[in-house]
Every structure is written in C-alpha cells, then in structure tokens.
Design a protein around this ligand. Structure first.
Ligand code: PHE
Length: 342
C-alpha cells in the first residue's frame, strides 16, 4: 500500500490528480482510513502493532502529498515566469497623441494677434433669437438678407410663444450682445460657430467666423484698414501684405466694404501676400447708427467699425487645405496630417 501511493504521488501531473490521490488514500473513505477503522475489530495485541504502523503510513502519505503539492506549485510558477517574460530594455511603443484641429489652431492664432492690438474675446450663444441675429442688426422681417442667409429656424411647438430662435447665421449678433452689456467704448473679437443651410466644396452647414468690433469716439475706416493689414501681415507672415477694399452692402454697416488680400496663382500654386491677384476674405464696414441704437449705444456720441471673417477659409489659405468639408469629417488620417502638435 505504501509503495503504491508513494509511487502514484511522485507521478501526479497536476494539483487536481494529486487531490484525487489524497481522497483515495487518506480521505474519509480512503483506503488507509478504512484500514484504520478495521483496527476496532482486532485483538488488542494486533492493534498495538498495526495502530502505530497505520498512523506512520498516514503521516508519510500526508507529507509526500504536501511536498508534491509544493513542487507542483513551484513548477507552475516557473512555467508562468517563463511565458510572461518581459524585456524591459525594449524601446517603448509610441504613444498616440491627438492633434490640434486647424480651426482651433487658427482661432488661437487670430486671438493672439488681435490681443496684441488690444482686442479681447467675447462670446454669444449659437442658438439665438431672430432679434439678435437679424432685427437688431437692421435686418427687418421682410429683408432679402434673411432668405439669402439660408437660415436654420428652430421648431416651435404650437402654443409656444417664446420669440423665434435660429442657429446664428453669423457672429454679428455678438456685437449687439456685447454692447448691450458693456456699452462703449469697446474692442472685441468674437470667434465661433455659425450655421447656414449650404453644402459644397467650399460650404458646410456649420462653419466658423470671427467677428471684430471697435467702438470709440473717432474710429474710422482708416483704423479698420490698419488693423486688418496688421492682422494679415502677422497671420500670413508676410510684411506689407496689401488689402483691397471693394464697396459692398451689409444692412448693419454703412459704408460697407468687402476686403480682399493680395495673392498670386502660378502653376497651380497659390501664394498669399504677393502678386496682383485678389482673394476675398471678409466683410466689414462702419457700424450702422441703427445697430448702435438697438444695442443701447448713442450713435451721436460713438462710432466704430466691424468685420466678419471666415476662419475656416483663412485656415485653408494659410495651411493649403483643399476641401472645407474634410474639416468636419473627423477622419483620423486627415487630423494627423493637418493637425498641430499639442
Ligand atoms: N456678418 C457678415 C457675414 O456673415 C460679415 C460682416 C460682419 C460684415 C461685420 C460687416 C460687418 O457675411
């Protein structure tokens, strides 16, 4: 019996079969346990000989079992250490870090340049009332500019009598909100999202503008021209970049001008700040007296300029990005290519 179990234990392959052996030998109904129960039927003399023998056997088997158990556990650990071996001297894998979106980058650049000229940043809601988006900007209900802007109107349930809301079609409502709250004088830019129902290679239903507004006692178009030329020179990194002011019309400025920047277009290469071509980049003008009035600023006392510029557009020009729609596709390959290190 002893040799049988010592042999079986030595050859047990894993902890489960070792446990089976334990039950078989010294478990409640195990072979050795049954033999010990038979001691009761023996004569005292027989019992005196067999008793210690069986006890010793039981001890020996138990010792062999636990020694084997430990050996098996050691072997298993060694096996694991071998398979989970790690070379800490290998170079680390590159961490994938996100990039700054060109729009965020350009807003940052624009904000910094205007901050150097004393402009601070103002914000307004993207969902605004048609009062702020239109009426206060001298665009009354019947005005064709409303239709031209391809406005998104917010749905109102029947009986909901709150004023009509729109997705702002430009950043100009921020002019009104800012002057209402802070009055004159002021110098602000207001970058942000705007919305128009339009979609092609150069139009997306959501895009970005930056509004500019400077109100003081004697601000003129000459100040506007200086500020813009200063801005374009810094933004496109071209000293002495030329601008062209074309007479235009906006209901909220009088006089109004569309502003072009100098460019050349040779061998399919667009270069900003040289040559005799022109690219339109913004709308501007002297703030209309009615607009000042609507915002609670006295037009007999104050005057100033405003402009609205397409952020995505100047981002495309500066960084040579061909298709506006790709800006908002969230394609990781595009973002890695055109994005900026953070
Ligand atoms: N709000 C005009 C637009 O979206 C731009 C503009 C702003 C023009 C301020 C004049 C003054 O086209």
């Amino acid at each position: 019996l002893r040799d049988k179990y010592i042999d079986l234990i030595a050859n047990a392959g894993d902890e489960a079969s070792l446990e089976d052996l334990r039950v078989q030998a010294v478990g409640k109904k195990g072979e050795i346990s049954l033999k010990m129960r038979e001691l009761g039927k023996m004569t005292p003399e027989e019992r005196q000989i067999m008793g210690p023998k069986l006890n010793a056997l039981k001890d020996e088997i138990n010792t062999a079992l636990s020694a084997k158990k430990e050996a098996l556990a050691d072997a298993a650990l060694n096996e694991r250490l071998k398979s989970e071996w790690l070379d800490v001297t290998l170079p680390a894998r590159d961490a994938r870090v996100g990039t700054i979106h060109p729009v965020s980058q350009v807003i940052e650049e624009v904000t910094t340049i205007f901050a150097d000229m004393g402009f601070s940043v103002a914000e307004g809601p993207q969902i605004d009332t048609d009062f702020y988006n239109f009426d206060a900007l001298n665009i009354p209900g019947h005005h064709p500019a409303r239709a031209e802007m391809d406005t998104f109107y917010m749905h109102r349930a029947e009986g909901d009598n709150r004023p009509p809301h729109v997705l702002r079609t430009h950043t100009s409502p921020v002019q009104i909100r800012h002057m209402e709250k802070h009055g004159a004088p002021c110098r602000i830019i207001a970058p942000g999202r705007v919305y128009r129902a339009d979609y092609d290679q150069t139009h997306t239903p959501m895009f970005h503008q930056v509004e500019g507004l400077a109100i003081d006692k004697d601000i003129s178009m000459a100040n506007l021209k200086w500020v813009l030329e200063e801005f374009f020179a810094a933004f496109f990194e071209v000293k002495g970049i030329k601008t062209r002011f074309r007479a235009s019309h906006f209901p909220f400025t009088e006089p109004s001008a569309e502003v072009d920047i100098q460019c050349s277009w040779e061998d399919g290469q667009l270069k900003i700040g040289e040559g005799d071509g022109w690219l339109e980049v913004l709308g501007s003008g002297m703030v209309h007296p009615k607009v000042l009035q609507a915002a609670g600023v006295n037009p007999d006392e104050w005057q100033g300029f405003a402009f609205g510029m397409g952020i995505d557009r100047i981002a495309m020009l500066k960084y040579g990005i061909p298709d506006l729609r790709a800006f908002f596709d969230s394609d990781l390959r595009w973002l890695r290519h055109y994005g900026f290190a953070s």
